[in-house]
Ligand binder design. Structure first.
Ligand code: AN7
Length: 352
């Protein structure tokens, strides 16, 4: 078994890593790119792959950017970091802040982050500030706070976050030998689509890829600010991670779309939940609802006539489904209690 170098070392030539940057890691990056077993044929793709970002140490893609942002915060002598979050950023900031001994403040919309993410922030020891408002307001507040106080902002407005997150595009090219034809990705605050696009472009410029993919970003219908071309004051969707009405990297996402010949569209909650279940039952992949927006987007485009039959397609599965047990359990039937004897269980099995 080969032992890979950590992300900051492996891609140091493409990252803002200097001799003064502390090399930290808790095992981020190098996530699996798995070939679809069943949906590839059912949707009608030439080749379909899933990039499993839920396999990062805190269960989402945020760790790639956070390792860079936190290393740079330590390098510039910050002793505290802060972020606004729909959940995953706070879990990641809490973990990387913990390993570096920093004080971590996370500002989250009260009652509106998935249970697993809150559990992570608690156990990693972050100071949790739950506000009676949404993510967009939380981000506005942390931006104002970091202008007044010497606390490092680790949202994706921090350019180091984007730099780190672009490494996922590098890994896809390294695995496939070139860029895919299409990259489907959920879109919330629009940092990740910006990061992937930058990664694909940088790799092509460095001669490591011949092409770049069309960037296909999907917002949730109830928070589709970019698609509708206006800020959504009260964003709504079952996919709490992307319940964002005023994406911080709006213009950069639009540039990624236009420069790549891609699309930014939305998917409904119904389409998200349907893709969420399909991924699990057809592929054995349990992503969180927001993650399923990429697959829902692919299904939507295939149904409306885009021909993927000779195309290489990658869907980014941005976070693990274990983060959001509530959504998972909502679709469960009540479990009947069965007496613990062989005969009864045999009867149940016989019913299939
Ligand atoms: C699983 O954690 O914004 O478009 O505060 O957790 O880069 O925002 C999370 C976003 C997709 C959207 N999938 O990415 C946060 C946060 C998952 C996510 C997105 C998020 P961006």
């Amino acid at each position: 078994m080969s032992k890979k170098q950590c992300l900051l070392v492996r891609y140091r030539d493409f990252l803002p890593v200097t001799p003064q940057t502390p090399i930290i890691t808790i095992g981020e990056g190098d996530t699996p790119l798995v070939r679809s077993q069943r949906l590839e044929r059912e949707i009608g793709c030439g080749e379909l792959y899933f990039k499993l970002e839920g396999c990062n140490p805190t269960g989402s893609f945020k760790d790639r950017g956070m390792v860079v942002a936190v290393a740079k915060a330590v390098e510039t002598k910050n002793s505290a970091i802060i972020c606004a979050s729909t959940g995953n950023t706070s879990a990641s900031a809490a973990a990387y802040g913990a390993v570096c001994g920093l004080t971590v403040f996370v500002v989250v919309p009260k009652g509106n982050i998935a249970l697993g993410k809150l559990a992570q922030a608690i156990v990693y020891g972050a100071k949790i500030i739950a506000i009676n408002d949404n993510f967009d307001k939380a981000l506005e507040l942390v931006r104002a706070l970091t202008q007044k106080h010497h606390i490092a902002l680790v949202n994706s407005l921090n350019p180091h976050r984007i730099e780190g997150q672009k490494t996922a595009a590098f890994e896809i090219v390294d695995a496939l030998g070139d860029a895919p034809d299409y990259l489907f990705i959920p879109l919330g605050n629009a940092g990740n689509i910006t990061a992937y696009w930058r990664g694909f472009v940088h790799y092509k410029q460095a001669g490591k890829a011949k092409s770049t993919p069309r960037m296909m970003g999907f917002e949730a219908e109830g928070s589709a600010a970019i698609v509708r071309g206006k800020v959504i004051p009260n964003p709504k969707t079952v996919a709490s991670a992307i319940r964002i009405g005023n994406p911080a990297s709006w213009e950069k996402a639009v540039a990624a779309r236009d420069e790549s010949g891609g699309v930014i569209d939305y998917v409904t909650d119904e389409e998200i939940l349907s893709a969420y279940k399909l991924l699990a039952v057809k592929e054995g992949i349990f992503g969180e609802p927001a993650s399923a927006a990429s697959v829902a987007g692919l299904i939507k485009k295939a149904k409306s006539g885009t021909d993927f039959s000779k195309k290489k397609v990658v869907c980014v599965i941005t976070g693990t489904g274990l983060k959001d047990p509530d959504t998972a359990l909502q679709s469960a039937h009540t479990l009947p209690e069965i007496p613990a004897d062989l005969e009864t269980i045999e009867k149940v099995i016989a019913q299939g």
